[in-house]
Design a protein around this ligand. Structure first.
Ligand code: ATP
Ligand code: MG
Length: 264
């Protein structure tokens, strides 16, 4: 049984202006993992995600998707979905039409597409808002629509770039709990970028701590995937210990950054 989804081997990214976005990175994402990427601004988290989504080509090294080339991913029925910080909904379309968009773009017949929208809305607790327009939704609800739009294609890999960064803490916690439940229930393989060590501690089965200048992986931190990710976990001693460990790693990374700045 293939348990790998995406594998990066010695992947580097140098942008056309000479900026070294990523130094060689090796990373292996296994089926069903929820991996978070955390690290200081500019350490290459978004660059790494875009390389995984094939939105950027690596300057060196290789990215393999289910053991093959990206061009084979779609042809073999594998799907990636990308959720950004901004929900980017069409303001003139209601929730149903927004969620249906990727199916419409794929040419899925209307009746079949409509039938798939409702379960996706149910997954994010929004079936009651199917006919509302984006302007009639709260920020948290708009983000739920964006997640439903990502889930409606039944992705094999879900990529999320600071999806809840603009939300208040209470809404973010609720969405984190929903994400944890969805990922655990459906075995959804997810790579999630965050600035919040608390969010990383709550969600992840593995945290990748990155360092900057150049962007690279500094440490990996595993969290027991069997840990129940609910409000009780957030209040537990285990959670506090994980947050302390992650805080220590991030503090090491920021000291590295400081030393690099002083040397320049
Ligand atoms: N298209 C680009 N052209 C040139 N440099 C780029 C480009 N995209 C990113 N960079 C640079 O690459 C580095 C990594 O950027 P990236 O956006 O991946 O960081 P990040 O970790 O996502 O940061 P943040 O937490 O602020 O979102 C930064 O130095 C950035 O300025
Ligand atoms: Mg970013």
């Amino acid at each position: 049984m293939v348990t790998e989804t995406v594998t990066l081997q010695a992947v580097e990214k140098v942008f056309p202006n000479g900026v070294r976005g990523l130094a060689p990175v090796d990373l292996n994402i296994r089926q069903g993992e929820l991996v978070t990427l955390i690290g200081p601004s500019g350490c290459g988290k978004s660059t790494l995600l875009k390389l995984i989504a094939s939105l950027h080509a690596p300057t060196a090294g290789s990215v393999s998707w289910w053991g093959g080339d990206f061009s084979r991913v779609g042809s073999e029925g594998r799907r990636l979905s990308f959720v950004f910080q901004d929900p980017t909904l069409m303001p003139w379309s209601n929730v149903t039409t927004n969620v249906r968009l990727p199916l419409d773009l794929d040419g899925v017949p209307r009746a079949e597409a409509e039938a798939r929208v409702l379960p996706a809305l149910e997954q994010v607790g929004l079936s009651h808002a199917a006919t509302r327009f984006p302007a009639q939704l709260s920020g948290g609800m708009r983000m739920r629509v964006s997640i439903a739009r990502a889930l409606v294609t039944k992705p094999d890999l879900l990529l999320m770039d600071e999806p809840f960064g603009a939300l208040d803490e209470f809404t973010r916690n609720r969405l984190d709990e929903d994400m944890a439940r969805l990922c655990a229930r459906d075995g959804l393989t997810t790579i999630f970028v965050t600035h919040s060590l608390y969010e990383a501690a709550f969600l992840s089965s593995r945290v990748i701590v990155m360092a900057a200048s150049p962007g690279r992986i500094y440490a990996e931190y595993a969290i027991d995937p069997g840990m129940p990710r609910d409000e009780n976990f957030r209040l537990s001693n285990e959670f506090a210990a994980i947050c302390r460990d992650l805080n220590a790693l991030l503090s090491e990374v920021s000291h590295l950054d400081h030393r690099t700045e002083q040397a320049q």
